[in-house]
Write a protein that binds this ligand. Structure first.
Ligand SMILES: [Zn+2]
Length: 104
């Protein structure tokens, strides 16, 4: 009886899930604990924390990115950001991480 080679996907099977685009994505974002804490934070902070922006809060952001090794649950490191400011900060964080020089 012929079988499919293991590394080949049968045509009727769904395509594999795409890889994360954000390589440092913290797995805690998937937890209900985070979703609830973030929703609460956004209720308390309905406006973007960028000075002069005043956009509606879209995301709970970590001021210092988690990839820096900070505690993700430390709310003193949280800030409310609107969609545009969060997008911009994410790009800035990634750019900074790429530019970060070696230790020393
Ligand atoms: Zn904003």
């Amino acid at each position: 009886m012929p079988t499919m080679p293991k590394n080949k996907r049968a045509p009727w099977m769904p395509a594999p899930a795409p890889a994360w685009t954000h390589r440092n994505r913290w797995p805690g974002y998937k937890l209900n604990k985070w979703k609830e804490a973030s929703a609460q934070f956004k209720i308390l902070n309905p406006l973007c924390s960028t000075p002069g922006c005043n956009g509606a809060t879209h995301s709970t952001d970590h001021k210092r990115p988690i990839s820096d090794g900070v505690d993700p649950w430390d709310q003193s490191n949280w800030q409310a950001l609107c969609y545009d400011c969060h997008k911009k900060k994410t790009v800035d964080d990634r750019t900074r991480a790429q530019r970060r020089p070696g230790k020393g």
